[in-house]
Each structure stands twice: as C-alpha cells, then as structure tokens.
Design a protein around this ligand. Structure first.
Ligand SMILES: CCCCCCCCCCCCCC(=O)SCCNC(=O)CCNC(=O)[C@H](O)C(C)(C)COP(=O)(O)OP(=O)(O)OC[C@H]1O[C@@H](n2cnc3c(N)ncnc32)[C@H](O)[C@@H]1OP(=O)(O)O
Length: 178
C-alpha cells in the first residue's frame, strides 16, 4: 500500500482476554460463587498463599464461612489485621456477583472490635447498602460462632469498565514462587 492509498483496514475491536471474568448476576442458591480468577489472593483456589475464600449468595448479599490459619498470624494465635482486611475486601469483591459489573475498592474502613482467632470458624456477611451511579456503598460483618459481631467494615467500590484491567495488559501472576 502506498502512502496515499486510503487504508481499508478496520481495526479489530479490543479483545477482552479470557482471564477477565464476566460478572453475571448470580441468583441466590447453594453454589459457591466463582473465583475472580484461579490465583486471586482472596479467592483463587490455585493460590497456596491466598485465603481461598468461598462465598455464596443469599437473599441479602453474600456470606462465607472462613477460618484464618497460621499463615495469617499477627500476634500469637490472632489473625493479622491486614489478613482480615484482605478477606473483607475479597468478600466485597464477590458481592459483584449481585451487581453484574466489575468494580474496584476505592475506600475500605474496618472496625476491629475483638481479636479474630486462628483456626476458629467465623461467618462473614456483606451486602450493598446503597448505590449511587458508579458508587457502591458496601457493608460487612464478621461474627463468631456465638453470633457476636466482632468486626465491621464499610467500603466504597467504584464500577469500572474492562479497560481498567487492561492498563498493563498482562494476565494475573500465576507463579507463586517468591
Ligand atoms: C484479574 C482479572 C480482573 C478481575 C476483575 C475483578 C474485579 C474484582 C476484584 C475484587 C478484588 C477485591 C477488590 C480489590 O482488591 S480491587 C483492587 C484495589 N483497588 C484499586 O486498585 C483501585 C485503585 N483506584 C483506581 O483505580 C481509581 O481510583 C478508581 C478507578 C477506583 C476511581 O477512579 P475514577 O477516576 O474512575 O473515579 P473518581 O476519582 O472520579 O471518583 C468517582 C466518584 O467517587 C467519589 N469518591 C472517590 N473516593 C471517594 C471516597 N473515599 N468517598 C466518597 N466518594 C468518593 C468521587 O468524588 C467521584 O464522585 P462524583 O464526582 O462522580 O460524584
């Protein structure tokens, strides 16, 4: 083609890589929600350093039963606050299956009302408190097995389009060696 020949090439629409998950709205049922991707720190089943959180939809939002273990220790026998934050952030991320759109954490606030003990069962719940355009105002709790709320969290997630995840155009890191 010479310099003066008009191009007849039609650009391909931007391809969405298959590692970008769809976010269908899933109905409440007894099935575990799909992970964001296999190596996601919060929910990826193939990430040995991750929390491998498994959550389900319910009438209000999502819930999960979870135990922190020795990988997440802060003070002896107590879960590290950052590990707790990761799991809450993840649970909020799984709420997106009630929204049907990708969104990311803009603000996360946590009240640690009592220590979370390792190797102890907890129930986590999250729901959408309000939506204002792109802004998703989210709330969550962690209860112990006496139904005492020992952690509360709020978050602002902002919906984003798929280009948000294509900025670096690389798939998630799948090599878990340091
Ligand atoms: C791997 C494959 C991908 C898988 C997808 C998985 C997804 C799920 C994964 C889940 C994993 C777990 C989850 C994770 O780990 S998600 C990972 C952690 N989060 C991030 O990396 C996000 C980083 N931040 C950004 O990229 C940008 O800041 C975003 C895109 C979020 C917003 O930048 P953008 O330029 O677009 O927005 P804006 O700044 O114009 O703000 C918009 C509006 O919001 C209002 N506002 C802002 N802040 C606050 C505040 N604090 N209180 C009240 N309001 C606030 C603001 O005034 C404005 O309002 P208005 O003027 O419009 O009225």
């Amino acid at each position: 083609m010479t310099e003066n020949t008009p191009s007849t090439h039609t650009p391909e629409p931007r391809q969405v890589p298959d590692w970008i998950p769809a976010f269908p709205v899933l109905a409440p049922d007894s099935a575990d929600l799909p992970p964001h991707h296999d190596h996601c720190l919060g929910c990826g089943p193939a990430n040995p350093h991750g929390h491998q959180l498994r959550a389900r939809r319910d009438a209000h939002g999502v819930h999960a039963h979870h135990r922190f273990d020795s990988r997440h220790v802060g003070a002896p026998a107590i879960a590290h606050g950052g590990a707790v934050a990761t799991v809450l952030d993840e649970l909020f991320g799984l709420l997106l299956y009630t929204v049907g759109e990708p969104a990311v954490t803009r603000h996360l606030a946590i009240d640690y009302l009592a220590p979370i003990l390792l190797d102890t069962p907890y129930t986590l719940r999250a729901h959408i408190h309000a939506r204002d355009g792109r802004k998703l105002h989210l709330q969550a709790t962690i209860e112990n097995d006496h139904a005492h709320v020992i952690t509360t969290a709020t978050a602002l997630f902002l919906t984003v389009d798929v280009n948000h995840f294509l900025t670096h155009n690389t798939p998630p890191h799948t090599d878990n060696t340091p």
